[in-house]
Design a protein around this ligand. Structure first.
Ligand SMILES: N[C@@H](CCC(=O)N[C@@H](CS)C(=O)NCC(=O)O)C(=O)O
Length: 206
């Protein structure tokens, strides 16, 4: 089987795609694009991802951007347990992936920017609390869904829906324990996901 190419680094959202490829058993090559050096703006890379972001993915003549869409593709390419087994599961896995990006990621990134990424002088002291408040509603929905689904989002097994949502929810790992205490099912689900051999490989390489 030809290797798919994943562009980026394990310190970027490309790690989500590497995690998916490892879980799915899809052969891949991680092609280094270092955003710290501005390599996402190089003319050759812009032909692959005109958004000047990582990750991007190439499989033969298919080129994709958007990490969670790439992951849905990787799961379906593998046709294993990570992938939807029918149209209904496909619909739900797409729904959860879009939900993670629209309802969770924008607040999670605000939290990270103002607690870790921005230099201290650029941080807004009120932003982390505001982000956590905005996350209460989506996290309550996620927590209740996991409680009802036996610790999984779709189909009673670990799927690309869990991986995609978890990869985003993990960004809140440094949030205060009072925040996490409100969502015990999310905490248990993230711990289980982190213990998966495919995820451990990513964390070890990071
Ligand atoms: N929605 C995109 C976001 C991609 C994104 O913003 N990637 C970051 C790295 S994690 C990036 O390329 N940053 C460099 C830049 O924006 O110049 C996805 O999930 O793939």
């Amino acid at each position: 089987m030809n290797k798919i190419k994943i562009f980026g680094s394990l310190r970027s959202r490309a790690s989500r795609c590497v995690w998916a490829a490892e879980e799915a058993g899809v052969a891949y090559e991680l092609v280094a694009v270092d955003t710290g050096k501005g390599e996402q703006k190089a003319a050759d890379y812009l032909k692959i991802n005109p958004n000047a972001h990582v990750p991007a993915m190439q499989d033969g003549d298919l080129t994709m951007f958007e990490s969670l869409a790439i992951n849905l593709y990787i799961a379906k390419k593998s046709a294993g347990p990570l992938a939807p087994k029918d149209l209904r599961e496909d619909a739900l896995m797409t729904m959860w992936s879009m939900w993670a990006i629209t309802e969770v990621e924008r607040h999670a990134i605000e939290y990270l920017l103002h607690t870790a990424i921005f230099p201290p002088e650029k941080r807004d002291a009120a932003a982390p609390q505001k982000a956590l408040e905005a996350l209460e509603k989506p996290f309550a929905i996620l927590d209740a869904t996991l409680a009802a689904g036996g610790g999984c989002l779709v189909g009673g097994r670990f799927t690309i829906a869990d991986l995609n949502v978890c990869a985003v929810a993990m960004w809140l790992r440094s949030a205060p324990k009072e925040f996490h205490a409100k969502f015990p099912h999310i905490g248990a689900w993230i711990m289980k996901a982190r213990a998966r051999p495919a995820r451990q490989k990513i964390d070890a390489g990071n």
